[in-house]
Every structure is written in C-alpha cells, then in structure tokens.
Design a protein around this ligand. Structure first.
Ligand SMILES: [Ca+2]
Ligand SMILES: [Ca+2]
Length: 166
C-alpha cells in the first residue's frame, strides 16, 4: 500500500513536471566541452548550453559558452539555424546571425528577411526575434545553435534539431 502511494506520488510529480515544462516551453540543450582541439583553445566559441524560450511575443535563444565572450569579436558570434521543412538532417531554411534573420535558399545566397537582436554579456549570447517576421510566421520549428570560426565548429544539438513552439 505504501509503495503504491509512493508510486502514485512520483507519477503525479512527473506529470506536473512535464506540464510545467510544456507550459514554460523552454528547451535546454546541454553540450560537451573541449570537444576538439580548436574548442579547447578557444572557450569563447565552445558552447556549453543552448536554451530556447520566450520573452513576451518574442522568441529568446540563449547560447552559453565556456569562457567570457568578447562582443566585439563578430566572427565568434553564434548563429541559429531554423528548420521548418524536411527532416532532422535537412538544411535549415533560415539562419540568424547578429542583427539579421536570413532566408537560406537551396541555391544562391542567403537574403535578409527581418531583424534580430543579439546581445552578449559574460558567457552568454542572447538572441531575441519575432516569429511574425518569418514567412507564414514561425510555428513549430527545429533549431540548432552553432559557432564557426576559421578553426572551430560547435553545433548544439549535435546531430539534429531541437523542436520549439512559439
Ligand atoms: Ca561544446
Ligand atoms: Ca530543412
């Protein structure tokens, strides 16, 4: 009897936890550190964690790296890949970098479709953007954060997109 009660309690807690998460709709993706030599040598581009959440009507994506960033090093800014079509391994249809959202066509160059807001402080970069700036708005979407410099590359999540709902 006691065991059953305990089990019920655990299940309730799990259900509540799930509900709270669904309500907050926050994805937190942890990443390894020092994965490659280049990432070992430059902790400013070694992603530790990537988070997708909301701020009012805006989407907020935070990228935490291993060492304090230097906001003036533009090449070390993280990018966000946004996937709205195709499977987990398909190319992203949109890219967000710095102050801009780009459409990423299969052929040809990316073209700007709207504004993004990037701020950086300590070990965090924070992107804010409006899902209404995307064609057909942005409903459920896959996302991945990545850094890419001459030597280093770090992608989070590693081999797929995380799914987020505005
Ligand atoms: Ca990493
Ligand atoms: Ca795609």
């Amino acid at each position: 009897m006691r065991l059953r009660a305990l089990l019920a309690l655990t299940l309730t807690a799990a259900a509540l936890g799930g509900a709270a998460l669904a309500w907050a709709d926050t994805d937190v993706i942890e990443d390894g550190t020092n994965e490659t030599r280049a990432l070992r040598e430059n902790g400013r581009v070694d992603i530790v964690k990537a988070i997708a959440t909301h701020q009012g009507k805006l989407l907020k994506h935070t990228v935490v790296v291993r060492e304090d960033i230097d906001p003036d090093r533009h090449r070390e800014r993280p990018l966000l890949a946004i996937n709205v079509r195709g499977n987990e391994s398909s190319d992203p249809e949109f890219l967000i970098y710095g102050d801009d959202i780009f459409k990423n066509p299969k052929l040809g160059k990316p073209s700007r479709i709207g504004p993004a807001q990037l701020s950086g402080h300590g070990r965090r970069w924070v992107y804010r953007f409006d899902p209404r700036d995307f064609p057909d708005r942005l409903r459920g979407y896959g996302w991945a954060a990545f850094t890419t410099t001459k030597k280093a590359l770090d992608v989070v999540p590693n081999n797929s997109y995380a799914t987020h709902r505005p």
